[in-house]
Write a protein that binds this ligand. Structure first.
Ligand SMILES: [Fe+2]
Length: 470
């Protein structure tokens, strides 16, 4: 699999684990930026065999850039799951790729892990209730220590044994972390709530009306509702056992959206034409007449990047994508779309202090015509002002950018007052990477600071700015 486009060039995995100062090479780091920018991404410890399904497969590697008093420090570590540890002992890969239709035997990995799928906490890195967690897609996260060493598989004292999405949503008002989990067997889809202290206050509550195993990557959260988009990407275990594809894209089925009241009320469904989404920027309820606060039954506005198919070799025809404002009416059951901009866009993010309520800026990666036409490769950060309809952009002329993460200006409460951070990678996958700090008020002006990292950071997936906690 070493020739796979997502294992070479800017995606080429790194085996180095280092802990070294980084150098500001242009501009100046805002002295009030005090915290860590962390980013996770697929980085196979050993060359995969059988298959390599980007963006899901791979071992996790977490990169951390600590910013303090205008200086920077970089370190990175593998997420060492039991699978990675066993493979390191063996000196080669033991788990074949997800789409290979094979799992390792007891002779290869021992009786306890025989027949298991690789755990892949390689998608996101999230801090909640004192836990720093490398997040996987539908299996439990792994807790990391402050030095990024892997501590344990996190099941919240056994309350969430099956796992959860890699895209939990943390309510900035209540501090709750809301998650969903899809699974191959009934009930196929559940949701759970973990309070700000890390106690599970709702565990694995089924979403009724889901009759087949379906893949869902992201979720949205409003003040009143969990929003789950069910596009027709189904798991087909029988086909996989016959040597076919584990995933089945069935565009004739349409896309459904579940509005799940956070108070445990009845789930409401909306139906519409087929679309696929990997990532949602945010969702909020529309206010009523006279600005009356929205309720669980109010229309839900969701800003997201939509695709006509999920890729991953499942496409049937040309691929299109766009940044779209979708309005879901939970009562009428309708879904309406307003295209904001078509283009190669992904990884939409907001100032997370606004999560669940109306936002203004949405930043994301954008692929211009100058960048290689590879899924997951973007050469620009594009910021949409949803109030004015205007977009601004910064292009990394000699590099490829990752997902932008927002760092609020300490002490400032105004929305979008702060910086967008992202790591810029060498398209050839040779030179060391850079962290760029873009002023959210004017990203087109270019970075206010560029930090040369002492390592090559492959293009990856999701990150977050974690301010230093008092
Ligand atoms: Fe994701």
């Amino acid at each position: 699999m070493s020739g796979d486009v997502h294992l070479s060039g800017p995606f080429r995995p790194t085996l180095d684990e280092i802990d070294q100062p980084a150098t500001v090479i242009s501009g100046a780091l805002p002295p009030e930026l005090d915290g860590e920018y962390l980013r996770n991404g697929p980085n196979p410890r050993f060359t995969p065999v059988g298959s390599y399904l980007y963006p899901l497969e791979g071992d996790g590697m977490v990169h951390a850039v600590t910013l303090r008093d205008g200086t920077a420090h970089y370190r990175n570590r593998f997420v060492r799951t039991p699978m990675v540890q066993l493979e390191e002992q063996a000196g080669h890969v033991l788990w074949p790729g997800l789409m290979s239709g094979r799992t390792p035997t007891a002779d290869e990995v021992g009786p306890e892990l025989a027949g298991s799928f690789r755990e892949m906490p390689d998608i996101n890195i999230v801090r909640h209730s004192g836990r720093l967690m490398a997040m996987a897609e539908g299996t439990p996260p792994f807790c990391l220590g402050p030095d990024l060493a892997t501590v344990k598989r996190e099941t919240f004292d056994g309350a969430l044994p099956v796992g959860m999405t890699a895209h939990p949503k943390i309510d900035p008002v209540t501090g709750e972390m809301v998650v969903f989990c899809y699974m191959l067997e009934a009930p196929f889809l559940t949701w759970s709530v973990i309070d700000r202290d890390g106690r599970v206050t709702r565990s694995d509550t089924p979403v009724p009306g889901v009759l087949r195993p379906v893949m869902i990557h992201d979720m949205a959260l409003t003040e009143h509702s969990v929003v789950l988009v069910l596009s027709p990407l189904f798991f087909d275990v029988m086909a996989a056992m016959r040597g076919g594809s584990l995933l089945s894209w069935e565009p004739d089925e349409g896309t459904r959206v579940a509005s799940v009241p956070r108070d445990g009320g009845a789930v409401k469904w909306a139906h519409g034409d087929t679309f696929w989404t990997w990532h949602m920027a945010n969702a909020f309820h529309r206010t009523g007449p006279g600005g009356a606060p929205g309720t669980a039954d109010s229309p839900i506005v969701v800003d997201m990047v939509q695709h006509n198919n999920p890729g991953m070799g499942l496409r049937s025809g040309p691929h299109t994508s766009a940044f779209v404002r979708t309005t879901i009416d939970p009562v009428a059951g309708s879904i309406e779309h307003e295209e904001i901009e078509a283009g190669r866009l992904e990884f939409p993010r907001i100032d997370d202090r606004l999560l669940g309520s109306a936002h203004r800026q949405v930043a994301m990666g954008h692929r211009t015509a100058a960048a290689p036409p590879v899924p997951g490769a973007f050469d620009a950060v594009r910021v949409f002002d949803t109030a004015t309809g205007r977009a601004s952009m910064w292009t990394a002329e000699d590099g490829l950018v990752g997902e932008p993460s927002f760092a609020p200006r300490p002490g400032a409460s105004a929305p979008d007052d702060g910086w967008w951070l992202t790591i810029v990678a060498d398209p050839a996958g040779v030179a060391h990477s850079r962290l760029v700090v873009l002023d959210a008020a004017d990203i087109a002006a270019g970075p206010v600071a560029t930090v040369q990292l002492p390592a090559r950071v492959p293009l990856g997936l999701h990150g977050n700015w974690l301010p230093t906690q008092e």
